[in-house]
Write a protein that binds this ligand. Structure first.
Ligand code: PSU
Length: 303
């Protein structure tokens, strides 16, 4: 087992057996601009505490895996330049070489599982990029959901992706995709993708029970809980469609590829919507944190 650095808060929570919720750090370093990234990370942690759970933000700092960041560590990470964006493929290499990196959904799931944390809140998972039939650009987040037993709460998949293909890949991989409180799979900034989700659940207890049943059956992997953005915060899909199309065209014109695609598109959409996409992103992450805390409590109660 590798050595994990726990913050004073997460170390105390583990000792007391309190419910923990993992949080990723790529959203801080690559998903939002400073200072909103650090403010959001702190606000999301506060939501989890207010809901009776303990936040555990995950990152690699100078070759050590941190589960729970202090205020100072969070602040420095939020302003650091050239931080690696870690996924399953490069996570170990970063640790072994003493590097610093932010964890994506895939890497955060791995770290959460190593730390015994069953619930994780993020904004939106990576998925199948548009044009994947030629680029083969499919996020490692999908394969991770198929093999690592962590329940991931997201507002669906980002609308910049090919959502039908993302749902197909998840289905082929045997990942339970659960819409929370509605029938449709949400599309990050909008409540509906126009596609039904394969499963629907209406309480944290049902979600925790489903995860426990999968484990009892010996089925590997996690679950994706797709939690729609609150009504008052959503951006209608029709408003966003031309903005996304322009962002994709700009990415193509500039030859953006691989790990740079998602951060480039998010930044482009942020400017094109004059910050509206960021306001929605912040709202949906907080909303996901609230639900994740409820699921973590349900896991703790189920024992
Ligand atoms: N949620 C957000 N913003 C983000 C992400 C999630 O609100 O930037 C990050 C997550 O770390 C996710 C990554 O794993 O985007 C997806 O990147 P890619 O498409 O390159 O796999």
């Amino acid at each position: 087992m590798i050595d994990i650095s726990y913050s004073p808060e997460t170390a105390a929570a583990r000792k007391a057996g309190l419910p923990l919720v993992a949080l990723e750090s790529t959203i801080i370093t690559h998903g939002m601009p400073f200072p909103q990234n650090v403010e959001t990370a702190r606000a999301v942690e506060a939501v989890i505490r207010a809901e009776g759970a303990v936040p555990a933000t995950i990152a690699v700092l100078a070759g050590r895996l941190h589960v729970g960041l202090t205020d100072d560590e969070l602040d420095r990470l939020g302003q650091a330049q050239g931080v690696a964006k870690l996924s399953r493929a490069d996570f170990a290499a970063c640790l072994a070489s003493g590097g610093t990196g932010a964890t994506t959904v895939a890497a955060t799931m791995i770290a959460a599982h190593l730390a015994g944390i069953e619930t994780f809140a993020t904004g939106g998972i990576g998925g199948v990029h548009r044009g994947a039939e030629t680029s083969f650009d499919i996020s490692a987040d999908l394969a991770e959901l198929a093999q690592t037993p962590v329940t991931v709460v997201a507002a669906g998949a980002k609308a910049i992706l090919d959502i039908p293909k993302t749902l197909e890949v998840l289905e082929s991989a045997g990942v339970p995709v659960i819409a929370y409180g509605q029938d449709d799979f949400p599309a990050f900034w909008s409540r509906s993708s126009g596609l039904p989700a394969p499963l629907r659940m209406d309480s944290p207890e049902e979600i925790a029970a489903a995860a426990r049943m999968r484990a009892a059956m010996g089925l590997p992997g996690g679950q994706l809980v797709a939690n729609p953005i609150p009504v008052e915060d959503e951006i209608p899909a029709a408003d966003l469609a031309p903005v996304i199309a322009a962002a994709l065209a700009a990415a193509e014109a500039e030859g953006i590829a691989a790990k740079s695609v998602t951060p480039f598109l998010l930044d482009h959409i942020f400017h094109a919507t004059e910050g509206r996409s960021l306001t929605a992103n912040i709202a949906l992450v907080k909303n996901n944190a609230r639900l994740a805390a409820g699921i973590a409590r349900a896991f703790a109660q189920a024992g």
